[in-house]
Design a protein. Sequence first.
Length: 142
Amino acid sequence: MQIFHLLRGVTVAYSLRQGEFAARNGMHATDVRALICLLDAERAGADATAGRLGAWLGLNSAGTTAVIDRLERLGLLARVRDERDRRRVLLRVEDRAKELGRASFGPLIDSTVALLRDFDEGERDAVRRFLLGVRDALGDPA
């Protein structure tokens, strides 16, 4: 149970950090989660549409549109036509959002990467398997 409680503490602290980031940048907490989902999709090479974003966030169509509109107004997200299917609109995280995120979360990312350098490959694999297992237990569609 100690590991579970530590994980819960990490998620609470990270959620607070996300909330502070959202407030500082005129966003809702859901907007930050949306950006994270879209950045994860980008890293995975997956197309991000409004429908997929809504599914990832558990939002209906109106809620998803509200999030996209807010992020677009803030200059953090763009709607772009799919080059392969011009009828389809894709969502793209703008460089400004990445810069804001890096400015706020860069030190945390850097210290986490540095911490993991002290782990051997087997230990890193165990951490990876644990986190993937917890994510799967939560029912994350990623």
